[in-house]
Design a binder for this molecule. Structure first.
Ligand SMILES: Cc1cc2nc3c(=O)[nH]c(=O)nc-3n(C[C@H](O)[C@H](O)[C@H](O)COP(=O)(O)OP(=O)(O)OC[C@H]3O[C@@H](n4cnc5c(N)ncnc54)[C@H](O)[C@@H]3O)c2cc1C
Length: 679
């Protein structure tokens, strides 16, 4: 997603159960559900994880309501993780629907959602039958974004699903800001009495009974509106297909830059909608619109899932790697730990557990705690507590499906050294330049003729894209990081890692006396330009320069050399293998001031909640960078290797973990050695 001209503050994702306090119809087309209860306040979830107080600062913040599917048995609910929500792995019995937080009154302890009344799916059915006293589990909001910045004026448009956001926006509209607002509604009786701030023009567009998502009212209104001078920010939300043509017009015809166009798909009209619309109108006329709606198929989600499944390249490739290394041979005489498998096959010890847990997620191997066969036991007798199988270690066996790899012919056919497979991969990698007719294009050739991982690793476009993505993530999480008290008392901070510029900017905003030195890579020069200059941020291009800059600054200001109170790194895990990560962290920590701390912000792989996608991302990062997305245990092992002690962990933004570390001084011979990296 392109970064937009709205400041975004991401916070840890929460889930809580609320009580429905009131249900009222705002208009014949919109029902308001007011919810409240003690869980709006900060509390501890039954699983011991903290749940932050409910928060909603932005006009288009959304929550998801969690609903049961009556046609699917199951009782598991989403639960609170550390800064994230854990959805049940087998969650076919639940679904969720997004609704805007129309009102959040912290004093009264109430939130409102306004839901469009129509005959539709489970969300509609819920709002038709909901009664005061009912309980409802919600998730989020997970971020709040502000009014657009740095634009001449704002154009907001949407159908009735966007009306709650637009209504809240008009109530919170910044003084003096100009805006044109278009709202599409089913019929005139669905108009709401909204405040119209000075400088804003509001136009209601009625479909006059036509089905939602069928009339091009919004596109026509936007196209024919009088456009004031200067670049506007355009916010549009509503039906997916209707929005596609609006987005095209805004970008191609109106020529608006990407960061000024925010088009959000709030719902999708299904292909068979024509029929159900007719049904809806008939039922409406016969007066049963107030009854629970039908449970429509979750068609939009199903299609999305199917298209991603079809596009997935990785599972097949990982399976072929398993065949190539002879995984079935390694497991022929019973369960083995990842380390035993690595030793048997002579493969990488860090890569083996990553490959195995990914293969587990796609159903090729299964894991169970302990229970590895004694290495070298010829009879396959299982013994626990082998020299290798430490407590908590898992042993792997093939699943029924995975056992197909035991057939040599199948393993050979799938293996990457099979000439047919090599040919297929060659074809796959050449497909893009061949189809695009760009065989002579250096850029594309570089990608596909060099070894693939090399191409992907060093391709400037990929690196630049990665930097842009990290910077975008950082812009969401920076507020949450700066709000964490861990930086209190720090005057000199060194910041490094992609996205560091965003974090540095947020830190100097919160801490008025803090000097921040940011290490900027060659790919972050654009970000640096964009962020502009700040009197308390010093940009440097390498770590040695960073230390020198702090030294010079302190000599100039206090006449004394000074060391940093904190060194903050982010996104170091993926591109560094264990040894280099330990080296970077250890040597950085040794430059800290007495009592100083090293802070590392990373995504941590949680094996109790991770999905196949997480394992795939881990494996891809590992293949390209040598590090990957480490588990907590894997981080602790690196910290120990680096001679660091863990002071604490903090949840930041959407489930990222900030490790606070300190350097363990080398013990005197007379002293007992320190315990490092204890949890
Ligand atoms: C960020 C965000 C904020 C949103 N805020 C609101 C809000 O404040 N109020 C609100 O009412 N909606 C809001 N929506 C839209 C809402 O989530 C969808 O309309 C949702 O699909 C309704 O769920 P459902 O179970 O009723 O229908 P689904 O199960 O999703 O769909 C069932 C059938 O109903 C049709 N359908 C779905 N939505 C509509 C609709 N609005 N009009 C006509 N047909 C429809 C579908 O095409 C499908 O055929 C928001 C969506 C997002 C992403």
């Amino acid at each position: 997603m392109a970064r937009l001209r709205r400041s975004i503050d991401a916070y840890g994702i929460t889930t809580r159960t609320l009580e429905v306090l009131r249900v009222a119809d705002v208009t014949p087309g919109m029902r308001r559900v007011t919810m409240g209860g003690p869980q709006l306040a900060a509390h501890i979830a039954p699983n011991g994880n903290p749940v932050a107080a409910f928060r909603s600062d932005g006009f288009d913040d959304a929550i998801e309501v969690v609903l049961d599917r009556p046609d699917q048995p199951g009782t598991d609910r989403p639960t609170q993780g550390r800064g994230v929500v854990r959805w049940p792995r087998d969650g076919a019995h639940i679904l969720s629907r997004a609704y805007t937080v129309r009102r959040w009154d912290a004093e009264a302890g109430e939130i409102d959602v306004d839901v469009v009344r129509r005959v539709g799916g489970p969300g509609t059915a819920w709002v038709q039958r909901v009664r005061p006293g009912d309980e409802i589990q919600i998730v989020g909001p997970k971020a709040s974004a502000g009014h657009p910045e740095g634009v001449a004026w704002t154009l907001a448009a949407g159908d009735e699903t966007a009306l709650p956001a637009i209504g809240r926006w008009l109530e919170e509209w910044p003084e003096g800001a100009r805006g044109r607002v278009f709202v599409e509604i089913g019929e005139d009786s669905h108009r709401q009495d909204l405040p119209i701030p000075e400088g804003v023009e509001l136009t209601w567009l009625s479909r006059r009974g036509a089905a939602p998502g069928t009339a091009p009212l919004l596109l026509d209104a936007i196209r024919s509106a009088e456009w004031w001078d200067g670049t506007p920010y355009v916010w549009v939300a509503g039906e997916a297909a209707a929005l596609a043509s609006i987005r095209r017009w805004l970008r191609n015809d109106a020529g608006l830059p990407r960061d000024c166009v925010e088009v959000s798909r709030y719902w999708r009209r299904s292909a068979s909608e024509g029929e159900s619309d007719r049904g809806a109108q008939t039922r409406g006329r016969s007066g049963t619109l107030g009854q629970p709606g039908v449970w429509g198929p979750d068609a939009a989600n199903g299609r999305l899932e199917a298209i991603y499944r079809k596009a997935d390249i990785f599972p097949g490739f990982a399976l072929r790697v398993a065949a190539t290394i002879g995984l079935a041979d390694a497991l022929a005489d019973g369960p083995r730990t990842a380390r035993q498998i690595a030793e048997r096959l002579g493969i990488d010890r860090a890569g083996a557990p990553k490959l195995l847990r990914y293969l587990e997620s796609i159903g090729i191997v299964k894991a169970r705690p302990g229970g590895a066969v004694e290495a070298g036991a010829a009879d396959g007798t299982e013994t626990t507590g082998t020299s290798d199988a430490a407590p908590g270690m898992v042993a792997y066996t093939l699943t029924e499906l995975g056992r197909e790899l035991e057939d040599e012919r199948i393993a050979e056919a799938l293996g990457l050294s099979n000439p047919d497979v090599v040919k297929e991969i060659g074809g796959m990698l050449s497909l893009a330049p061949a189809v695009a007719g760009k065989r002579s294009d250096d850029d594309v050739e570089h990608w596909f003729s060099a070894p693939f991982s090399d191409g992907a690793k060093h391709h400037p476009g990929i690196l630049a894209e990665k930097v842009a993505q990290e910077a975008e993530q950082a812009s969401y999480n920076a507020g949450s990081l700066a709000a964490d008290p861990v930086f209190e008392g720090d005057s000199y901070v060194i910041v490094g890692g992609t996205g560091g510029i965003e974090y540095a900017t947020a830190l100097v905003e919160v801490y008025e006396d803090m000097l921040v030195v940011v290490m900027v890579s060659e790919y972050e020069q654009d970000e640096k330009q964009r962020s502009g200059s700040h009197p308390r941020i010093v940009f440097v291009d390498d770590p040695v320069e960073a230390v020198k800059a702090v030294f010079t600054h302190s000599m100039l200001t206090t006449g004394e050399p000074s060391k940093p109170d904190a060194i903050f790194f982010t996104n170091l895990s993926s591109p560094n293998d264990d040894e280099s990560l330990a080296m970077v962290l250890g040597s950085a920590a040794s430059t800290l001031a007495e009592g100083g701390h090293l802070l590392l912000l990373e995504d941590v792989l949680d094996p109790t909640a991770a999905t196949g996608c997480d394992y795939e991302a881990d494996l891809v990062e590992f293949s390209l960078g040598g590090g990957g997305i480490r588990t907590d245990d894997e981080f602790l092992a690196v910290f120990q290797q680096a001679g660091l002690r863990l002071r604490g962990r903090h949840a930041i933004g959407w489930g990222r973990t900030l490790f606070e570390l300190e350097h363990v001084k080398k013990p005197d011979r007379s002293e007992e050695p320190d315990q490092t990296a204890d949890a």
